[in-house]
Design a protein around this ligand. Structure first.
Ligand code: IPM
Ligand code: MN
Length: 331
């Protein structure tokens, strides 16, 4: 039976890269029945719509959501980010943000598990005396035992399927409340996984290791904001942000998960078929894993690796659809 996929092409290069992802998925023999949802910055500028509750309810009926990129320069910061992306992540309880990074040439093979529903992203805080010289702005970090524990458990389970090494990244020397909850939870869950070796890095030190010695990592688990920052760096050290994929997942499968490249809408090159679709294609492989199509996912990942190896470190010059075709040819 075909998988029902909601497609949000979004803004800028989003629709261009999503088209290639769907082309490759179908070429790998997976049947998908897609429905396009017109959402993003352009839609907001046209009629003020971001993500109505009815649309969110409609999305619940799909097996997965594939998203290209959302955001346009003329929309104020936060409108699309909070109103669309974060609303979807939170409402559908996509508590795991899984971001793999591989660069066979450099010996990098790591996965960042970013907590995706809490931390500073939760929206706690506000203004006092806004716009006056005595203005106060607070933005708290929300960390629940349940939220931290389910994320940490997912990371341990994932490590068991890989090289069995898990690193907690936080800032426990300064964030003594949230850091303590994360460290205690991590240590308690670790006792249930005696085969997994563990490590702890402060986030600032992890930034050095990401650049100087990323080979040390297998699975990393971290909070929402640290994970956001660290995964841009992960992309930068493993072939560039054009290869960085992600899955916003509810592993319990109560609600659909949402798959999107880590990169943004790149308005400067939109409509020119200059974007690298590999991040979107690789994001679709994460979707296939969750849909039970692991064999097709593995085949596509190998094909993407062949295309990347063929570049031999040189910048890609082919137009977006030709890169998609090259992946199909390598399948
Ligand atoms: C990401 C993005 C988002 C985030 C923004 C656009 C809300 O940077 O997916 O990494 O901060 O999570
Ligand atoms: Mn980010």
């Amino acid at each position: 039976m075909a998988h029902r996929v909601a497609v949000i092409g979004g803004d800028g290069i989003g629709p261009e890269v999503v088209a290639e992802a769907l082309k490759v998925v179908r070429a790998a023999g997976v049947e998908v029945d897609t429905t396009d949802f017109d959402l993003g910055g352009a839609r907001y500028l046209r009629d003020g719509t971001v993500l109505p509750d009815e649309t969110l309810e409609e999305l619940r009926g799909y097996d997965a959501i594939l998203l290209g990129a959302v955001g346009t320069p003329d929309v104020p910061p936060g409108v699309i980010e909070r109103g669309l992306l974060l609303k979807m992540r939170f409402a559908l309880d996509q508590y795991i943000n899984q971001r793999p990074f591989t660069d066979p040439a450099a010996g990098i093979d790591m996965v960042v598990i970013r907590e995706n529903t809490e931390g500073t992203y939760a929206g706690e805080g506000g203004f006092l005396r806004q716009g006056t010289p005595h203005e106060v702005a607070t933005q708290g970090s929300v960390n629940t035992r349940m939220g931290v524990e389910r994320c940490v458990r997912y990371a341990f389970d994932l490590a068991m399927t890989r090289r069995k090494h898990l690193t907690l990244v936080h800032k426990t020397n300064v964030l003594t409340f949230s850091g303590d909850l994360w460290q205690r939870t991590f240590d308690e869950v670790a006792a249930e996984y005696p085969e997994v070796t563990t490590a702890y890095n402060h986030v600032d030190a992890a930034c050095i290791y990401f650049v100087q010695d990323p080979q040390r990592y297998d699975v990393i688990v971290t909070d929402n904001l640290f994970g956001d920052i660290l995964t841009d760096l992960g992309g930068a050290v493993s072939g560039g942000i054009g290869l960085a994929s992600s899955g916003n997942m509810d592993p319990t499968r109560q609600a659909p998960s949402m798959f999107e490249p880590v990169h943004g809408s790149a308005p400067d090159i939109a409509g020119q078929q200059k974007a690298d679709p590999l991040a979107a294609i690789l994001s679709a492989t994460l979707m296939l894993d969750l849909l039970g199509e692991e064999a097709a996912a593995a085949k596509i990942r190998t094909a993407c690796a062949t295309v990347v190896a063929g570049r031999d470190g040189r910048p890609e010059t082919r137009p977006t659809p030709e890169i998609g075709d090259a992946v199909v040819a390598a399948l």
